[in-house]
Write a protein that binds this ligand. Structure first.
Ligand code: C2E
Ligand code: MG
Ligand code: MG
Length: 687
C-alpha cells in the first residue's frame, strides 16, 4: 500500500460529528468494510477489530501522521476519531516537548527500535488532566506504525495517594521521616541545585496547616511554666552569641549573605546554607501515660499545627516554605533550606518555643507542654544528612540536659568533648578484651599505729592514643554500656591474684587485704557471688583478705538480688565497705542492718580538717565526723577516712577514733612492685 492509498483510507472516515456520536459497533464494521471493498476477508476482520477495540489505537505513517484512528482514541483525546487523520501524532500526544522523547519516538517511526513507550500528561478538552501511556511500534513488513494509548490516570492517582500515605504521618498529617530524609538528601545534593526528585510543592508546610484542631477547655495540666520557658529561651538566646563564634570551626564555609537575611545577591534565593530545628516535646510521655494515647495524638496534631504556623511565618523558600516533619514519637524537625544564618534559625526556634507556650485546649483539658530544640546551621557544602542529624541530635540532647524548655545552638567545641567520650566508648570493649588496663594499689593504713593493713585496687586505662586515663574518665562509660561487668571481673581477678602473690612472696609478713571497687551493675548484671567464689578458689586467696567497695546508692534500698548477693558474700567471709560514705543519703541505722562492715568516709569530710595549712578548720565538720565514727562503732562498723593529705588531718582523725586512713600522706596509688617494697620494709624478717 502506497502513501496515497493509505491517506485515502484515512480520509475515507466520514467527517460528520452527529453521526459519529450515534455510531454503533455494527455500523463501524459496515463502514470499514464499505470503504475497502478490495480488501480480503481477513484484512476486513482486522480492520473491524481495530475499530471496535477498547484499546485506543491509531495507524501512523513513517512521518508520524495519523492514517486511521479508532473510536477509543477519539474518545480518550476528546476529539472523536474523525478529527484525527492527517494530524501529527506528536502534536496530539505531546511527543515533541522534550528532545529525548522526540528522538526515541522517531527511532520507533524509522524502525530503529521495536517499541517506544512513554507517559504523557494530556489536557482533555473537558478540562481534566489525564495521564496516558503511549506506545509506538512499527508494524513488521509494512510502512505503518501502530500507536496505542492507555489512560493510566487512575493508576497514577493511586500511586500518588500511596506515595502520600508512605510519606506522611496519619496523626499530624505532616511529612514523615521518609519524606524528611528524601528532602534533606535533595537539599544537600548540591550537584543538582533546585531539582529535587519531587513533584510539585505539596510537601510545603502550608499544605499541612490543617493539622491543628480546636478542642474544648478544661482543667490545667502543667508540664512546664511559661515564664520558665521564656527565661530559658532568653538565656539560650544570649548564649547563642557565644556559640556563634565557634561555628566557623565546624568546617562550615561562611556562606554569602550569612546572617544578614538578604540572600546571596544572585537573586536566585540560594544561599548555599541549610538549617535545622530538631525538636522534642518535654514530658510528652507523661501526657500519654496519664491522659491516654488519644489525647496524646490530639496534642501532637495541635503541636504540628503550631509548628506549621511558625514555619510559614519564618519565610518562604523556593520550595514554598520550611518543611515541618514528624520524625517519630514526639520528635519534629523544621528544615530551613537556603538559610541565611544562625540568626534566622534562632528566630525560628524562639518563635516555636513561644508558640508552644500557649496552652492547648484538648478534649476538655487544658494542657501545657514545652519543647527542647537543637539548632544546627551550616554550609551545604561538606554537610551530609547523617552529619547534620547527628549534630542536631547532640544539640537536642544538650538542650534537654541544660534544663529543657529551651533551644540550644550546636557548639563544635562542646561537641569535641563528646567526640572523645564517643571515641572512648567505642574503644572500651575491645580494650577490655585486649587488657589495656592496669591496677595501681593505694595503702590503707591503721591510724593508731601507721601500719599498712590493706590496699585499694584502682584501675587505669593505658590508652594507645590518649595515654593513661584515670577511672573517672571511663568507669561511667563502662557502667553505661555494660562493659563494666567484664572490666570489673578482670579487676577482681587481677587484684586477688596480686594479693595472693604478695602473700606468697612475703610469708613472714602480716598478709594485706585487697579492697576492690564494685559497680552497681556488677551486682545486678553478673553472678558476682559466683565470680568471687570462683576467683578466690582459683587464686587461693582467703575470703577475709578481700574487701568489696560499693557506693551508698548501690547498697541503699537494696532488696532482693543485691541484698542476697551481699549476704552471700558476707557469709563467705568477704568484707563489704561503703565507698564515698556521706555523699548520698544513707541511713546509718539501716546500713548497719545490712551485711556491711566498713564505712569509707568521703574525702570531703577530711578536707575540713586542714588547719595546719593556714586554712581555718571547720569545727562543725570535726564534730560531725566524730559523732559519725562513734555511731558507726556502736553499730559494729569500722571507719576508713579517704583523702588524708596532711599529718594534721591524720592526727585529728586518730584522736577522734578513725580506724584506718588512705591518702597521699601515706602514699599515692602505686604499682604492685612498690607495695611489695613497703611490705618488705615493715616485715619482721625483711622479705
Ligand atoms: P574511690 O574508690 O573513692 O578511690 C579513691 C580515689 O581517691 C582514687 O582516685 C584515689 O587516687 C584518690 N585519692 C586517694 N588518696 C587521695 C588524696 O589524698 N587526695 C585526693 N585528692 N585524692 C586521693 P582514682 O584512682 O582516680 O579513682 C577514682 C574513682 O574511680 C574511685 O574512687 C572509684 O570510685 C573508681 N574506681 C577506681 N577503680 C575502679 C574499679 O576497678 N572499678 C570500679 N567500679 N570503680 C573504680
Ligand atoms: Mg573506692
Ligand atoms: Mg572513695
Amino acid at each position: 500500500m502506497d502513501r496515497t492509498e493509505r491517506q485515502t483510507m484515512g480520509r475515507a472516515v466520514p467527517d460528520d460529528d452527529t453521526e459519529r456520536h450515534d455510531r454503533t459497533t455494527a455500523e463501524q464494521t459496515d463502514r470499514t468494510e464499505q470503504r475497502a471493498p478490495h480488501e480480503s476477508g481477513e484484512a476486513r476482520d482486522y480492520r473491524a477489530a481495530f475499530h471496535i477495540s477498547r484499546l485506543a489505537m491509531a495507524l501512523l505513517d513513517r512521518e508520524g501522521t495519523v492514517l486511521d484512528a479508532n473510536d477509543a482514541l477519539g474518545e480518550l483525546l476528546g476529539t472523536g476519531a474523525d478529527a484525527l487523520p492527517d494530524q501529527a501524532a506528536a502534536d496530539l500526544l505531546d511527543l515533541a516537548s522534550d528532545t529525548r522523547t522526540w528522538h526515541a519516538y522517531h527511532e520507533a517511526l524509522d524502525s530503529l527500535r521495536a517499541r517506544f513507550r512513554c507517559t504523557r500528561r494530556l489536557k482533555h478538552p473537558d478540562g481534566r488532566t489525564l495521564w496516558a501511556e503511549v506506545t509506538v511500534a512499527p508494524v513488521p513488513d509494512t510502512d505503518r506504525v501502530l500507536l496505542s494509548v492507555t489512560d493510566i490516570s487512575d493508576r497514577r492517582e493511586l500511586q500518588a495517594r500511596l506515595r502520600h500515605l508512605q510519606q506522611h504521618d496519619p496523626v499530624t498529617r505532616l511529612p514523615n521521616r521518609t519524606l524528611f530524609f528524601e528532602r534533606l538528601a535533595a537539599a544537600l545534593d548540591s550537584s543538582a541545585p533546585g531539582d529535587g526528585p519531587f513533584e510539585g510543592g505539596t510537601y510545603g508546610s502550608r499544605t499541612y496547616a490543617t493539622g491543628a484542631a480546636a478542642y474544648g477547655t478544661g482543667i490545667a495540666y502543667g508540664v512546664a511554666s511559661a515564664a520558665g520557658a521564656a527565661a530559658a529561651a532568653a538565656s539560650a538566646a544570649s548564649s547563642s552569641y557565644r556559640a556563634r563564634g565557634h561555628d566557623r570551626a565546624s568546617g562550615g564555609v561562611t556562606g554569602p549573605g550569612r546572617g544578614n537575611g538578604r540572600g546571596n545577591g544572585r537573586g536566585d534565593g540560594r544561599t548555599g546554607r541549610i538549617g535545622l530545628c530538631y525538636l522534642d516535646l518535654d514530658g510528652f510521655k507523661a501526657v500519654n501515660d496519664t491522659l491516654g494515647h488519644r489525647t496524646g495524638d490530639q496534642l501532637l496534631a495541635a503541636v504540628a499545627g503550631r509548628l506549621t504556623e511558625c514555619a510559614d511565618h519564618g519565610g518562604y523558600t523556593r520550595s514554598g516554605g520550611h518543611l515541618v516533619a514528624r520524625l517519630g514519637g514526639d520528635e519534629f524537625a523544621i528544615l530551613v533550606e537556603d538559610s541565611t544564618g544562625t540568626e534566622q534559625l534562632a528566630d525560628l526556634a524562639r518563635s516555636v518555643l513561644a508558640a508552644l507556650q500557649r496552652p492547648f485546649d484538648l478534649a476538655g483539658q487544658r494542657l501545657s507542654v514545652s519543647a527542647s530544640i537543637g539548632v544546627v546551621e551550616r554550609a551545604v557544602e561538606g554537610t551530609t544528612p547523617t552529619g547534620l542529624m547527628q549534630a542536631a541530635d547532640t544539640t537536642l540532647y544538650w538542650a534537654k540536659a541544660d534544663g529543657k524548655a529551651r533551644w540550644t545552638l550546636f557548639d563544635p567545641e562542646r561537641n569535641a568533648h563528646r567526640m572523645t567520650r564517643q571515641a572512648l566508648t567505642s574503644a572500651l570493649r575491645p580494650a577490655v578484651e585486649r587488657e589495656e588496663f592496669v591496677l595501681q594499689y593505694q595503702p590503707l593504713v591503721g591510724m593508731a599505729d601507721g601500719i599498712v593493713r590493706g590496699v585499694e585496687a584502682l584501675v587505669r586505662w593505658n590508652h594507645p592514643q590518649f595515654g593513661t586515663l584515670s577511672p573517672n574518665r571511663f568507669i561511667g562509660i563502662a557502667e553505661e554500656d555494660g562493659s563494666i561487668v567484664q572490666l570489673g571481673g578482670w579487676v577482681l581477678r587481677t587484684a586477688c591474684r596480686q594479693a595472693r602473690r604478695w602473700q606468697l612472696d612475703h610469708p613472714g609478713a602480716q598478709p594485706l587485704f585487697v579492697s576492690v571497687n564494685v559497680a552497681v551493675r556488677q551486682v545486678w548484671d553478673s553472678d558476682l557471688v559466683g565470680d568471687v567464689a570462683g576467683i578466690l578458689a582459683e587464686t587461693g586467696l582467703s575470703p577475709h583478705l578481700l574487701q568489696l567497695e560499693l557506693t551508698e546508692s548501690a547498697v541503699m534500698g537494696s532488696a532482693g538480688r543485691p541484698l542476697q548477693a551481699l549476704q552471700a558474700l558476707s557469709d563467705m567471709g568477704v568484707r563489704i565497705a561503703i565507698d564515698d560514705f556521706g555523699t548520698g543519703y544513707s541511713n546509718l541505722a539501716y546500713l548497719s542492718r545490712l551485711p556491711v562492715s566498713v564505712l569509707k568516709l568521703d574525702g570531703s569530710f577530711v578536707r575540713g580538717f586542714r588547719y595546719d595549712e593556714g586554712v581555718h578548720p571547720s569545727p562543725a565538720d570535726e564534730t560531725i565526723v566524730e559523732a559519725l565514727i562513734q555511731l558507726a562503732h556502736r553499730l559494729g562498723l569500722t571507719v576508713t577516712a579517704e583523702c588524708v593529705e596532711t599529718s594534721g588531718q591524720a592526727a585529728r582523725l586518730q584522736r577522734i577514733g578513725c580506724d584506718t586512713g588512705q591518702g597521699w600522706l601515706f602514699s599515692r596509688p602505686v604499682a604492685p612492685e612498690r607495695i611489695a617494697e613497703i611490705i618488705a620494709a615493715v616485715s619482721p624478717n625483711g622479705v
